[in-house]
Design a protein around this ligand. Structure first.
Ligand SMILES: Cc1cc2nc3c(=O)[nH]c(=O)nc-3n(C[C@H](O)[C@H](O)[C@H](O)COP(=O)(O)O)c2cc1C
Length: 261
């Protein structure tokens, strides 16, 4: 129940009023400039709702009439005039929607992905190791709830570079086993931690097979080990060495690599 008269008086004091709307509303009548908006029939969008987990495709049926523009288009054009680059604002077209669907894993074929992961695990299982000790355990976190909880252990508000792990449909948690007696002696004599070398090789076997399967991976060494152990009931005596994100890459183009000569 706003005090309309007070609001109108306050608005009349403004030097400039710009309104974007579909209709000539009372507020629009007060505007110096009206930017005509587009109706829901004039742009693509994804519609979500409360109380259910469905999304709906809103389809563009007609071109916007005359100078009507979607709000994001207005911002992009205004940005250009003011010298800002607002091109990152997504366009409400089908290619944006496709991108959102690809990134959200909504199109992931769960059975196909499981088979691919099985082959990645097999490649890792066949990795060589010092004295053939195979000092690894691979935990596949593909249950959406558990996976999300594990992903949340790889970043925080402050250090958030691993936030992308939330998007991965599968996380692999790599645990190292304690070396057996033979390896313990060898490690002590040679002053080397063979199990870490072994884990690295097995992880890379996994990732190379994943690439072969058309999957993308990222090894994460930065995560809250205690938190991951608690979620997966891993005994405190074991170490979690790596978390590997697995998913479908947005693009098959390999960006230039920064490497030493
Ligand atoms: C042991 C290890 C730990 C890593 N930890 C992380 C990590 O926590 N977060 C991340 O985004 N990338 C991580 N990476 C990926 C590296 O940052 C990445 O491979 C490196 O920057 C080179 O990038 P490129 O492989 O995409 O060319 C890790 C890689 C390895 C091998």
């Amino acid at each position: 129940n706003p005090n309309i008269n007070l609001l109108a008086r306050a608005m009349n004091k403004l030097d400039l009023i710009v309104v974007t709307d579909l209709f000539l509303t009372d507020t629009a009548r007060m505007a110096d400039i009206i930017l005509p908006a587009t109706s829901m029939f004039e742009y693509y969008d994804l519609i979500t709702g409360y109380g259910h987990s469905y999304i709906q495709l809103q389809q563009k049926l007609i071109e916007p009439p005359d100078e009507c523009k979607h709000e994001s288009e207005m911002y992009r054009l205004l940005g250009k005039k003011f010298g800002f680059n607002l091109n990152y604002l997504p366009e409400n077209d089908l290619s944006t929607i496709e991108k959102i669907i690809i990134n959200s894993n909504l199109n992931t074929n769960v059975d196909e992905l499981k088979e691919k992961i099985e082959r990645c695990l097999e490649a890792a299982r066949l990795a060589p190791s010092a004295s053939n000790s195979q000092p690894w355990r691979f935990i596949v976190a593909d249950n959406p709830k558990l996976k999300e909880e594990v992903a949340k252990e790889t970043f925080s508000q402050l250090i958030s570079f691993n936030r992308f792990s939330l998007q991965a449909p599968v996380l692999i948690v790599l645990i190292s086993e304690r070396p057996g007696l033979l390896n313990k002696v060898a490690e002590s004599i040679k002053d080397k931690q063979f199990s870490l070398i072994d884990i690295g090789i097995a992880a890379e076997h996994f990732c190379l097979q994943a690439a072969e399967e058309g999957l993308g991976t990222c090894m994460l060494g930065w995560f809250n080990e205690k938190g991951v152990k608690k979620l997966l009931n891993i005994p405190p005596s074991k170490r979690v060495e790596l978390v590997i994100t697995v998913g479908y890459p947005e693009s098959t183009i390999i960006r230039p690599k920064k490497r030493k000569p």
